[in-house]
Design a protein around this ligand. Structure first.
Ligand code: FMN
Length: 186
């Protein structure tokens, strides 16, 4: 299983701290800086991570353009990002691209990253000290869990039930629907 993480981390190298820790914990993981390798070939990798700082509410434009042009179809993908604002989100654009290419999303990890953009510089920045040690360790755990998820389904047949994801866990309506429409899979 060959994994590559293509990244853009130019503000303070916050995102790079996460993926360096992942690569240090797993020697099968390669890292590609999209600014150094804007035409890197991803066809030889089974699993592709995209990692970025958040710039103007999205992944870096360079990484989005790269994914649009170079991400092969039908790959397993995951996302890692750091952001200055307290809440996450920000995946809309990269997800649009990976979905268009029929890629399967294995998961996402995000945390705060030191931010001195614009007026934040005047107050010494926000999210100081992030990512911290725990956030870096959690990124490594996230990646290990992606491995587990893949192993669980590796030798299984996958069946699409065509039921929209509009229900909460063990929702009564969902259970009823499953029991009536797809009993053969229960
Ligand atoms: C030009 C610019 C725009 C940014 N826009 C956002 C934003 O929209 N939302 C946010 O939460 N953080 C924003 N940030 C903060 C970065 O996402 C944060 O510092 C991140 O950790 C940077 O990652 P990096 O050091 O890996 O590049 C911005 C930073 C810069 C420099």
């Amino acid at each position: 299983m060959k994994t590559v993480i293509v990244y853009y981390s130019k503000h303070h190298g916050n995102t790079k701290k996460l993926i360096d820790a992942i690569a240090a914990a797993d020697s099968t993981v390669s890292l590609i800086d999209v600014t150094d390798n804007p035409d890197a070939d991803l066809s030889g990798y089974d699993r592709i991570g995209f990692a970025s700082g958040i710039y103007f509410t999205s992944f870096a434009k360079q990484l989005l353009s790269y994914a649009e042009e170079h991400l092969p179809e039908n790959k397993d993908v995951f996302f890692i990002y750091t952001h200055g604002a307290p809440k996450g989100g920000f995946l809309k654009d990269i997800r649009e691209i990976t979905k268009k290419k029929n890629c399967r999303e294995l998961g996402k990890y995000h945390c705060l990253g030191f931010d001195t953009f614009g007026t934040f510089k005047l107050v010494g920045g926000i999210a100081k000290g992030h990512p911290d040690g725990k956030e870096i360790t959690d990124a490594v755990k996230f990646f290990k869990n992606c491995n587990k998820k893949r192993d669980i389904v590796a030798d299984k047949q996958i069946v699409c039930l065509n039921i929209p994801d509009n229900y909460s866990y063990m929702d009564d309506d969902l259970c009823e629907l499953l029991e009536s429409d797809v009993p053969e899979y229960l």
